[in-house]
Design a protein around this ligand. Structure first.
Ligand SMILES: Nc1nc2c(c(=O)[nH]1)N[C@H]1C(S)=C(S)[C@@H](COP(=O)(O)O)O[C@H]1N2
Ligand SMILES: [Mo]
Length: 313
């Protein structure tokens, strides 16, 4: 076991509960004093379907046919709720996404615990239509709403020691029934190299199809890295940590020979148990060819020049 990166549930739960309680008190105080805030407009986060305001023109957005909202919201990998993709929507229906905080930690000059509604006010949102490819062989085209992670990274002022960024999902077995089982090690973890994290394609997403993220798609805030397999796009993030050494990722730790840290979409490097050459778009019958870096090679291939992609898969 990799001790350094092994976060025990006991290290996280009490603090998370503490933060949530504090946020709850802050919200209640706002109600009593008649302060209006976005938080009051979005009371419990159970308000699925709330429209999000798009404030600037989306970069790198595709002109490709979008996956239907129904398919995108009823076929989900989110093991915190279920390993059955068709059960996640129902099991996450009452997931509470308010109050919600996102902690920035590690090698930064500006560590801080942000309230999700303050994040919504701080960063102008844009819509970006991206391809999304799961390592299992299905794909989608989704109109995400969010902002570049690089905007947030800049605000945190990472020091020269920050070479990687680690992302951590909420740990809350009471709300997330899948976390009561040992199917994966909880909380779900992911990581990116600093240049990947600050690449302009990399998003923090808070919505899709014009609305706040449905719970099953990773509400209230998730990562989107469109040139990598879907498991890198970690959902329901509560913590972002700037670190010196390559962090682990849940899937890499679970099965290292099948899921590497990089996880770049690559039709030429097969998964040990299946080919990655083709994919099925949700809603389509026949398969299509998988594109190198999921079609984003012209924008990201340089990040990996000189690297053996068979070794660093
Ligand atoms: N916390 C967390 N994030 C996660 C997962 C998960 O199980 N838990 N599944 C990943 C995988 S394998 C995929 S393909 C995408 C699915 O995202 P979607 O449901 O929005 O299509 O989420 C990724 N992020
Ligand atoms: Mo996936």
């Amino acid at each position: 076991m990799d001790k350094k990166h092994d976060i025990k549930p006991s290290e996280i739960t009490p603090k998370e509960l503490y933060m949530n309680r504090r946020q709850f008190i802050a919200g209640a105080t706002a109600v009593l004093t008649g302060l209006s805030s976005l938080e009051l407009l979005v009371p419990s986060g159970a308000d699925s379907g709330q429209r999000l305001k798009i404030e600037r023109r989306g970069q790198y957005t595709l002109q490709e046919e979008q996956t239907s909202y129904k398919d995108a919201t009823n076929y989900n990998n989110f093991y915190e709720f279920s390993t059955d993709k068709e059960d996640v929507a129902e099991l996450s229906r009452n997931f509470r996404t308010r109050p919600w905080t996102l902690a920035i930690e590690g090698h930064v000059k500006k560590p801080k615990v942000y309230d999700i509604d303050d994040i919504l006010k701080l960063f102008p949102l844009e819509e970006r239509i991206y391809r999304f490819r799961c390592v299992e062989g299905w794909s989608m085209v989704i109109p995400w709403i969010g902002f570049p992670l690089s905007d947030f990274v800049k605000k945190c002022e990472p020091t020269s020691k920050a070479r990687y960024v680690e992302f951590i999902t909420l740990l809350n077995p009471e709300q997330m029934p899948g976390q009561r089982r040992d199917v994966l090690e909880w909380p779900y973890l992911e990581g990116l190299r600093m240049d990947e994290a600050t690449h302009p394609l990399t998003l923090l997403s808070l919505g899709m199809y014009g609305e706040v993220l449905p719970n099953q798609n990773g509400a209230p805030i998730r990562l989107i890295v469109p040139w990598k397999y879907g498991f890198k796009s970690i959902k329901s993030i509560v913590r972002i940590r700037f670190v010196e050494n390559m962090p682990t990722s849940t899937w890499t730790k679970a099965i290292p020979r099948e899921y590497g840290f990089y996880a770049n979409v690559n039709p030429d490097v097969d998964h040990p148990r299946w080919s990655q050459a083709r994919e099925r778009r949700l809603g389509e019958f026949s398969k299509r060819k998988t594109l190198m870096f999921n079609g984003y090679a012209d924008k990201v291939a340089h990040l990996y020049s000189g690297m053996d992609l068979n070794k660093y898969f």
